[in-house]
Design a protein around this ligand. Structure first.
Ligand SMILES: NC(=O)c1ccc[n+]([C@@H]2O[C@H](COP(=O)([O-])OP(=O)(O)OC[C@H]3O[C@@H](n4cnc5c(N)ncnc54)[C@H](O)[C@@H]3O)[C@@H](O)[C@H]2O)c1
Length: 353
């Protein structure tokens, strides 16, 4: 029998601990070390029975893990991932892939040069709900995709912002949360050609926006909106609707993405598919619109992502979200930031430079 892959964790905060929760239940992998300078990290490593390092470089040298999970603050992602690639170690890198496209280009080049894979943690793509939604779109269930409505509206409690880096440039709702929605919109609806946006920070007054309204023009012609705020007492977001994370009481009835095409419409995460009867040619608003619940077996996206990562490490599959793919999502985030700052329509810049 092949021995389990030895996985090190760099960054054992909230997200690192969630990865560990799944890792410890998988037979094909085992945690081998923790690198984190934080005050609780040594105790956590002792509790998990592995070596603790304050720095990831000595850990890479001494432990020589088969792969690493990187869940440290956003502005350290690229530097950490580059060190792992230099050591020949495949990486599951939390999102965002980096904090600006210039540094991420360096990472994309290093992946190409080294041939060592990076999987970026846009875990929602692994959720069976999204797999099914994408299948429906690909199979033409909506006809020509025409309009896209995306909602990220919830309230983060004030205590969330007590961790300093979450208030600073390099964090913020756009880079921390909307990047997930934008990544899914790209995954489901294709590339975005241009965006317009307005944003405000008037509720909290931090450097980062707490509310944003975005117009999206997709390359295939569909038009979309994304309305986001992390400062409103509202239920419309993937976080609250999809039930992925038990830490957030679920609002299962509330959609967060509404996709509409010439032949049908789909609400996500409900996977309710609206369409007219097949024998009704040229049906319209006078005819009954049928709503069909699409079947989908539930699955934990973070766990599925980790299982996929192990396949990537073993060389069995290509990463579902490569550094280059995630860089395109980051380019979209940057275009929205630029559009909000300038008041002009912006096109995401090419990752190739
Ligand atoms: N995929 C998701 O849905 C999701 C959700 C939340 C956070 N995240 C991402 O995960 C990452 C971590 O977020 P979090 O909420 O766990 O933050 P956190 O503050 O809870 O944890 C960050 C950890 O990194 C540690 N750290 C700081 N500097 C380090 C270094 N040089 N080397 C190693 N560790 C270091 C800190 O001590 C802390 O334990 C962020 O990039 C965030 O965007 C992803």
């Amino acid at each position: 029998m092949t021995p389990p892959l030895r996985i090190a964790l760099i960054g054992a905060g909230n997200m690192g601990q969630q990865h560990y929760r799944h890792l410890k239940t998988l037979s094909e992998a085992v945690l081998c070390a923790v690198a984190d300078p934080g005050p609780q990290a040594a105790a956590l490593a002792a509790q998990w029975g592995v070596a603790h390092y304050s720095e990831h470089r000595p850990m890479l040298e001494q432990v020589r893990p088969d792969a690493v999970i990187v869940a440290n603050p956003n502005n350290q992602h690229v530097g950490t991932a580059l060190d792992c690639l230099a050591a020949g170690v495949p990486v599951l890198l939390e999102k965002p892939v980096g904090v600006d496209l210039d540094e991420v280009r360096e990472l994309v080049a290093a992946v190409k040069r080294s041939g060592v894979p990076v999987l970026v943690g846009h875990h929602r793509r692994h959720n069976p709900l999204i797999v099914r939604a994408r299948e429906l779109l690909r199979n033409g269930a909506l006809g020509r995709l025409t309009t896209v409505t995306a909602l990220f509206q919830l309230r983060k409690p004030d205590r969330y912002f007590e961790i300093p880096w979450r208030r600073e440039p390099g964090a913020g709702m756009l880079l921390t949360n909307l990047i997930h929605d934008l990544d899914l919109l790209r995954h489901l609806c294709g590339e975005v050609h241009s965006v317009q946006a307005i944003s405000a920070n008037t509720v909290r007054g931090f450097a980062n926006a707490d509310s944003v309204a975005v117009l999206l023009q997709f390359a295939d012609g569909a038009l979309g909106t994304l309305t986001g705020s992390d400062a409103v007492a509202a239920p419309w977001s993937w976080e609250l609707a999809a039930g992925e994370n038990p830490a957030y009481p679920q609002q299962a009835e509330q959609p967060c993405y509404l996709l509409a095409g010439t032949a049908g419409a789909l609400s996500i995460p409900q996977l309710k598919h609206w369409h007219y009867a097949a024998d009704q040619l040229d049906a319209g608003w006078h005819e009954p619109l049928l709503a069909q619940q699409q079947a989908c077996t539930a699955g934990d996206a973070l766990r599925l992502q980790l299982e996929h990562f192990l396949q990537v490490v073993r060389g069995e599959v290509e990463p579902l979200v490569s550094a280059e793919d995630a860089a395109r999502t980051l380019a979209l985030v940057e275009a929205i930031g630029a559009a909000a700052a300038s008041g002009r329509a912006c096109t995401p810049v090419s990752v190739e430079g």
